[in-house]
Write a protein that binds this ligand. Structure first.
Ligand code: 13P
Ligand code: SF4
Length: 304
């Protein structure tokens, strides 16, 4: 089917079914354009907790759909591309956390939202990249275990010197693979333009940033500048801004490395099939795990 034909049919199906499309900011620009709600992972969790939608098509990766389902169990949450996971979400098991907790009862366990629902169920509080620093500051415990992302963890530790932060050794294979020299090369080419970086990047890159923030914070920062911006996060953020804002350049160093293949799995065809009820996965969660994971997410929304 032609692209425009698919877009028209998706719009029609949206009207007929009343389904709400939620899309993470890393989605393809054509998916973002069709979405009713777009945002970073904090906003998607917040909207899912607040609204009582009948059906949500969540264009993103599995942990985002699980988080929405945990917050809104009556809503049918459909993940259009069931194989779209976040590799970082699997880098630590609930058993490892339980063992750590037993040995370190005074440590608050803080888990990045990029984790499985089973992991969230054994942690004290979740965080997103936009809320992590605030939440860690607001936790009464001095000792924190931050997992699984070592890069976001060291960013948080730097911003919260009053805490003792132990950091797991996980990472995002996309952001962690960006070579600092490639970023420096682009900065040398355009020395006068601001640099926005996602804190999942290695700390040597985060140190070069004028802004280190979530995907939505990067977009807000980029929009607020007058000229060009260097953006070090998944390439679709810059692609979208380049498509929408004329006369300015949004430059992503090494866009081939900054490609999340899981986020890319959702295209117009997978979205169309999910809306038709002929594709995607209707997310189901074990009730005990859901209730426990929801407590960690609720705390995130309260403290963040
Ligand atoms: P945000 O919380 O900034 O949306 O990031 C999610 C993510 O997967 C970044 O790689
Ligand atoms: Fe996970 Fe990295 Fe993809 Fe974000 S960019 S969804 S952290 S693999």
């Amino acid at each position: 089917m032609e692209k425009q034909e698919l877009i028209n049919r998706i719009k029609e199906l949206k009207k007929q079914t009343g389904a709400v499309i939620m899309a993470h900011t890393y989605q393809r620009p054509e998916i973002i354009d069709l979405a009713d709600v777009t945002g970073d992972s904090f906003k998607l969790a917040q909207v899912a907790a607040k609204e009582n939608y009948e059906k949500v098509i969540l264009c993103g990766v599995r942990f985002m759909a699980e988080t929405a389902k945990a917050m809104s169990p009556e809503t049918a949450v459909i993940l259009p591309a069931p194989k779209a996971t976040c590799p970082m979400a699997e880098q630590i098991s609930p058993e490892e956390v339980l063992k750590f907790r037993k040995e370190n009862p005074d440590v608050a366990v803080v888990c990045y939202v990029n984790t499985t629902i089973q992991l969230k169920a054994v942690c004290d509080v979740c965080v997103t990249s936009s809320s992590a620093v605030n939440i860690v500051k607001n936790i009464p415990n001095k000792k924190i275990l931050f997992l699984p992302d070592k890069n976001l963890g060291s960013f948080v530790a730097k911003m919260c010197p009053e805490k003792e932060v132990t950091i797991w050794n996980g990472y995002c294979p996309v952001h962690n693979a960006v070579p600092v020299d490639e970023v420096k090369k682009v900065i040398d080419m355009y020395p006068d333009i601001p640099v926005a970086v996602h804190p999942e990047c290695p700390k040597e890159i985060v140190e070069l940033a004028d802004l280190a923030g979530s995907t939505a914070e990067i977009i807000d920062f980029a929009k607020a500048q007058k000229g060009d911006v260097i953006i070090v996060t998944e390439r679709q953020v810059a692609n979208y801004l380049n498509e929408k804002i004329e006369g300015r350049k949004f430059i992503t160093p090494c866009p081939d490395i900054l490609t999340c293949k899981d986020m890319d799995m959702t295209d117009l065809e997978t979205l169309y099939n999910a809306l038709k009820g002929e594709g995607g996965e209707d997310i189901q969660l074990d009730e005990d795990i859901r209730v426990k994971a929801k407590q960690s997410i609720d705390r995130m929304l309260e403290l963040g």
